[in-house]
Design a protein around this ligand. Sequence first.
Ligand code: OOG
Ligand code: MG
Length: 261
Amino acid sequence: MERYRQIARFLYEAEKERRAVTRITADQFPEMTVEDAYEIQHELVKLKREEGRKIIGLKMGLTSQAKMRQMNVFEPIYGHLFDDMLVEDGGKIDINRLIHPRVEVEIAFILGRDLSGPGVTAAHVMAATQYVLPALEIIDSRYENFNFTLPDVIADNASSSRLVLGSVLTPPSKQELDVAGATLRINGELVGLGAGAAVLGHPANSVAKLANMLSRRGVSLKAGQIILSGSITEAVRLKGGDFVQGRIAGLGDVSFSVIDE
Ligand code: OOG
Ligand code: MG
């Protein structure tokens, strides 16, 4: 539908121009449903692919109580991750390229086998996972003040902006991810604390939910894809000069610096 493509382009340009815009449901499309919103997200994905971006995986969002309460949106969502979002461990993120970024500590999965819903369980996810690793996700809603409803944030590709993965790859069998402690530090100060179980009881449940949600569109998760299972703690605002460190017990550390040049 032309309307979907038009809204996708509006959000795509807001991202490119680093400009916060009014949420779509406030004026352009007040009756937008969740189904409409995923159609818009898929148009946005098409636009990025037409520009040569490659999908490297997917993310789940709003999978912990901390995040749901913070954003006042109480339904898990998914978004797409692209090659140009990936920043190396210990690397730099230029705040001037972003609107109002926030950081989240997450557990990432790298799939060794495809996963096709419906009916995918956490056990299927663990069996299909090659590695688990600590991740920092940088979200950057294209909406003013991160002010959105459920359909708005879905249309905006779940606020996806950047991701940093830890350098150590751990086979999943070695790890009890639900009891794994997670910390988020900025400039050495503890700003977030939790455990894997904050994400739908176990982060593998989040990946299973993703596979099952995608199956409604006839899409599978693919071997080699990176899956972010969702933030364990509230997201924290970033500023120039910040040094950010995430740690997941048993999986190791991940970090980046925020530069302002
Ligand atoms: C939506 C994205 C949330 C997560 O891990 O919960 C997310 C947002 O809060 O802007 O990535
Ligand atoms: Mg996230």
